[in-house]
Design a protein. Structure first.
Length: 202
């Protein structure tokens, strides 16, 4: 039974079986109507032309399907390659922003040291924003990758706000607690990675 199902699911075998059936029917019809040699020649030519046309259509459809699959695979490979490059940038952003949050969370009353730290964080955050803003979201290929990127950029905005407040001395350095921001940075990374994995599994 399983062998029969495999044969039926094979398009080549189906075409072969139909051809054999058609030829058998034609032979039976020819004998029933007592066809002459010229009649047989005309029938064979007609059947051969139809069969050749059918084979040509079948081959063309297979070639078109194969070409379409190759294009889809090439596009997916290119998308995964781009996503891999963005993944490297996102991992670096996670590391740099995490270090910035840790630096600003340190308790210190040394204003000179705090000023240097704030300047360093400001430079790093600007650099991270520059390379994340340059990533075109519509080319990422997976919705969660876009969400993760947006979440990471929101974390940058949070750090920029903190740095601006520290420069204005709007709140004391010892009042800083960026634990929640660090958690949000890791959440952004996790969402992005989930999107990357879903893209790689397609």
């Amino acid at each position: 039974m399983t062998t029969f199902i495999k044969l039926v699911n094979n398009p080549v075998m189906v075409v072969l079986l139909l051809t054999v059936g058609l030829l058998t029917d034609l032979v039976l019809l020819g004998r029933a109507y007592d066809l002459g040699k010229s009649d047989w020649a005309a029938w064979v030519q007609a059947v051969g032309s139809i069969a050749a046309l059918g084979v040509a259509i079948f081959v063309m459809s297979r070639q078109n399907r194969h070409s379409r699959n190759l294009i889809i695979e090439a596009e997916l490979r290119e998308r995964i390659r781009r996503a891999g490059a963005v993944r490297v940038l996102m991992r670096e952003a996670r590391r740099q922003l995490g270090n910035c949050a840790e630096t600003l969370s340190r308790q210190t009353r040394d204003t000179a040291r705090r000023k240097v730290e704030v300047e360093m964080v400001k430079v790093v955050v600007a650099e991270v924003r520059n390379y994340l803003d340059a990533i075109p979201p519509h080319e990422l290929g997976a919705p969660n990758m876009v969400r993760g990127l947006r979440k990471m950029i929101n974390c940058i905005a949070h750090l920029e706000y903190v740095v601006a407040k520290l420069e204005e001395r709007s709140f004391p350095a010892e009042a800083m607690d960026l634990t929640m921001l660090d958690r949000r940075i890791w959440q952004a990374w996790a969402v992005f990675v989930a999107g990357y994995k879903s893209l790689a599994l397609k």
